[in-house]
Design a binder for this molecule. Sequence first.
Ligand code: PLP
Length: 465
Amino acid sequence: MSKSKLAQHSNPEKLASELSILDRKHLLHPSTNPKAQVQHGPKLIFSGGKGIHLHDMKGNTYIDGVSMLWNVNLGHGQKELADASYQQMTNIAYASTFYGYANEPTVRLAEKIAALAPGDLNTIFFTSGGSESNDTAFKLSRFYWQLRGYTEKRKIISLRRGYHGVTVAAQRATGIDAYRNFSGSIDPDIDNAKAHLTECELGAKDHPEYEGSIRSIIEKEGKDRIAAVIVEPIQGAGGVHIPPEGYLKAVRKLCDEFDIHLIADEVICGLGRTGKMFGVDHWEIVPDFMSIAKGITSGYAQLGGVIMKEHIRDTITEYDDMLAHGFTYSGHPTACAVGLKNIEIIERDGLVSNASLMGQELEKGLHYLEDKYHFVTNGRTKGLLAGFDLMEDPKADIPFDGSVKAATTLVENCYERGLLIRPFDFEPGMNIVAIAPPLIVNKNDVEKIIQILDDALTAFSQKLK
Ligand code: PLP
């Protein structure tokens, strides 16, 4: 069947089965089991969405409990974003920012982000997404040190369970083995700290994990070989880990002590998700670079960027030759027009404070579930970035046996009840469930999410018996 005939199909079920066949034949999916995909076809074929809801071709409706990939912060079917895109596309859809060319939405968005970012983070290099932003941050950090005469300062230190993307450098900075090791790609200048959000960075040398800490890597490697440390203010894909109080301040201090850049990967946290405009704002630190993507356009267009401090910009702009870095879509006018409208709506509708308030409701709901189910534990929220653990016996620190597939089973139970959320179980004994609904949720929506979780947990506990 030709493509146009397929689009005109009047029987949605038949269309869904045709799409499934074509998908299995022609599409390789990211972060998906390819063998299962080819055997069974897509789990869901979305046909539309409005607000926090998504519809599939079989006529089912789901609450988007993780904003798809933590990015659809304004929810689905947001017409104002579509209009901003339409207007920009009919004016000039694409113009390059290479060779000194500029256009209005790109410059205005750069100005707006500089105004929102903390401290003197005031210059942005645009990319098309998070991985490109992190690779760019690594390259600009190394370039800065080169310009300052430190040609050996190249290493990047990242954290266990950090997720920074899938381009080769971002992949190697990622502290989740499946991603980090995929395809055997390597970047010898990226070092993964083994210690995960510990007190070592606060100076606790007698800590059992000290050997794997950022501080110990710097001591072993030597500060003259290290360009930057990258951290997510709150780790997302590693299982929603909120750092201990004082941790990020300690890492900032550590970087200052050894003259090393701090890169904050705000790809999930940035633009309001955590109840502040940026994740680092919770701990009042100013990184040297900040990577953003996802929430900058709420997923309505592909856009990312690296924001840098003034002194970094000043050093780079002393360079009197071509900056040999850039993506075709760096500063894409349509994506930037969508980004500007997206920020305008976030500010106009008070969505950062809504994320904070609704996060408190979500937290209450998680505590209710912890009280009701002994195996629900460690509920945590910062704004609308939330997670909890499932353990056989949290008090005795006993995880569920891997065969129970606790997180996956619970998430499947939620799916059957119309809620899409995400499981994380990439380490032995890990069973984490993440929740991150669009920032537009109201109290009823949060209650509905908790109610579905409650029903799904009841079903899960019955299976355990
Ligand atoms: N950094 C973080 C914290 C992320 O969560 C992600 C994606 O989930 C990335 C980077 C990579 O972004 P992208 O998939 O847009 O390349």
